[in-house]
Each structure stands twice: as structure tokens, then as C-alpha cells.
Design a protein around this ligand. Sequence first.
Ligand SMILES: Cc1ncc(COP(=O)(O)O)c(C=O)c1O
Length: 463
Amino acid sequence: MNDDNSRGALLSALRDLVAAGPVGARLPSVRELQRHFQVSPLTVQQAVRQLNGEGLVDVRPGAGTFVAAAPPTTRSADLGWQHVALGGHAPPDASRTLALHAEPGAGVVRLAGGYLDQTLVPEKPLSAALARAVRRTGAWGRAPVEGIESLRQLFAREIGGVDAADVLITSGGQSALSIAIRALTRPGDAVVLETPTYAGFISIARSHALEVHPVPTDADGLRTDVLDRVLASSGARLVVVQPLHANPTGSTLAAGRRRELLALARSYGAFVLEDDYARDLTIDGPAPSTLVSQDVDGHVVHVRSLSKPVAPALRVAALVARGPALNRLRAAKTLDDFYVSRPLQEAAVDFLSSPAAGRHRRTVARELGARRDTLLSEVRARLAGASVDTVPGGGMHLWVRLPDGVDDVDLAARARGAGVLVSAGSAWFPTEPDASYLRLTYGETPVPLLVEGVRRLATVLVG
Ligand SMILES: Cc1ncc(COP(=O)(O)O)c(C=O)c1O
């Protein structure tokens, strides 16, 4: 008998014993089982562990293994009581955000998502950094609630104009944004969102029962002339913006508008939440400096994450604020998750301070540039009637306006059927879309597949 056969025979014999034996009956010892089934002690231990995991046996160290008190039944669960317990109020709306994590099936080309694909993730240097991090004494101990000092310093230097003491480390940008929006508002408050904007903001605002006031954007980013009127009429004290390579439009806030935005924040006494998700995904540099680096009086709350520019699993981000706002954010963060796993923070510092980080940035900029240019030229050549108004200087998305009369949701569904995953534009509007769009992502897809993806999309656009 090979190992698998003997383990199988052992498992089925043990299951028979459990089924036959009264609750609490002692099973034969490891040595007896080993002798009887001619298997190694490891095989016996693995079998016992499996049955223990299934709840069939209790293992009492030093005493033996016993038939478990209540073997689980196979009846299907009756979960109806949960509807009553949870009540009738509206559930949190995460549908837009969940859609971003949809996995394409085999053979489907992905023109959706929002992370670098595996070919661009610096796996070797990151794994080496993590291996070094876990070898350090105290690696598995607690970390400070605010994050480890070396990482806070590193983020402060990169962001510019802020101190390490202003930086909180969070588990990814999404968590930082959710903490900030919830901590800086109360349910029912007004909040200003760009339109269109990152679908995650819309989900967070709706889940926190905020009243969303959309302000349009154009090729120069947020329309600050409209923002002035909206701040006056809505009473909103929080404006959420992406000033650099915005998702989904790709626009960057123009220099004059940056000044106007900061001036408006000062005159209305409002917070600006700056989501700087794409700084390290800049293709045509240099990128303008951060808004927070130009803010003296604590109006700008800043978020910068590593999971997009480095690796989806590096869920580490910085949340920056000053004054009482920082205290509120720290409190909200502590209630959410205490602190971010120390080895992950140490690995981030190790990687970011190594020459591999610079090499990675250059590779990403070069490859994203090639992908953007390919996607743009393929869209322009093959998607009749579609147009791209803004060529993004960075980030990973192209915002494509569809010909009049084409429904984005219907097109995205048909595209999936034809083997290409795209995002319907309407999910990116907090209220009614002003036209029909698709968001096509080039960050997750190497050049040859981009070409194939647009070819498939073209077949459903004409069909
Ligand atoms: C504009 C923008 N900001 C923030 C995030 C959050 O990303 P993460 O939590 O991976 O940092 C996303 C993710 O898609 C995004 O598109």
C-alpha cells in the first residue's frame, strides 16, 4: 500500500470507530494504530488532526483521543432567523466595490481591476524583505497603534511637508479612506465627491448614510468654480478628491485649481481628503507635489497606499492628518484593527529603502506607459464611435466614452460573454451618469492581451 492508500484506510477505520463508539469512548493509541495499519506516526497524527478539524474527535494531550461529544450533523442550516435579527434597515452598499474584485474566468482577458498583475509585482525582493522581517527578534510581537516609526518616517519623507508624528499606518488605502470619511463626518452630513469618482468612495459614503453632493470634473480635475457654490449651499465640510491621475478619468488637478481648492477649504473651514493612490504609478513625470505638502493649517487629510504601486498583498498605507482630526482618526483606526501586522510593516520599510524599489518604479513607469499607449491606440483604431478625452499621465485606467445610444451595463455584460472583463462606467457616478462610459484598465494586463481584449470588445460594440 502506498502512503495515500494507508492514510485512506486509517481514516475510514477511524470514522467507523467514531460512528460506532459512544461519545467519550477512547480511540486506540497512536502506537496501536501505527502498528495495526503499518503507517508512520506522522500519518496517524495527520489523520487524527483531520478528524479533529471536522469536529469528530477530541484530542486531549497526554490522555488520548476520544469520540467527540456532538458529531456535527449534515442537515442544511436554517439561517432565516438572521433576517429578523438584522432588521429591515438598508444593508451597507458594497456592491460597487465588490464588483472591482470580480475574478475573470479562465481565458477571459481582464480590462478591469486596479492592481498590478503578477508580471509587475517585485516578488523576489519583497519575499526576501519579508523573510528578513520575520527573522528579527520580536517580529511577532505587537506594533504601535500608529505604526512603526521607521515606516512613518519613510512615508513622511515621500509625502513631503509632514512629520512622522502626523502619519498613521493602516492596512491599505481602502481602510484609511473608510476610517477618514467615517471619522470626519456624522451620519446624515453632507459630503462632496467628484463625479465621476472612485466607486469605493460612493460605497463608503452611502454606508455611512452621508448625503452626497457631486461636483463635476473635467480634463483639469475638480471644477473648483462649482465647488464654491456647492460648499456654500450644502454645508459640506468634507471634500474627497483624487488630485493625481484620478480613477476613473485619469485627470490631474491643474495648478490654479489646486490653489483654489486649498483657498476654498480655508474659507469654508472644510477638510479635503486627498487620495494620492497613483503617485507611484506616474508615467509622464514629474508629478506635482502633494496637496498636503502645501497645507499649513491641517485642512488636508492625505492617503497614500503601497498595495497599488507595489503588490496587492502589501496592504500597508499612510493616513496623514494634523490636530484634533489626527486624534479622531487614530481613535477610529484603533477601534477598527488596533495595528497593522509588524512583519508587513518591517518588510515595507526594507523593500522601500532598497535599490530594488527604485528599479521597480522605473519598470512600472515604463511598462504602464507601453500598456497605456497600446490600449489608447487600439481603442482609437478599433472601437468605432468611442472616444478618449483625457490621456492619463499615470495610473492604470482609460476612461472611454461610448457612442450615443450604447448602454454601458449591457455592453459590459456582452463583453464578458465574449471573453473580456470591463467596468461599466455608471458605477463611477454617485448620481446619474452624464453619458455612457467604460473604464478600461491597463494595469493588470500585458500588451499582447490588451490587443486581444480590445479586439473582443470591438466585436460586441458593433454586434
Ligand atoms: C482611487 C482608489 N483609491 C483607493 C483605493 C484603495 O486601494 P488599496 O486599499 O488597495 O490601497 C482604490 C482601489 O481600487 C482606488 O482605486
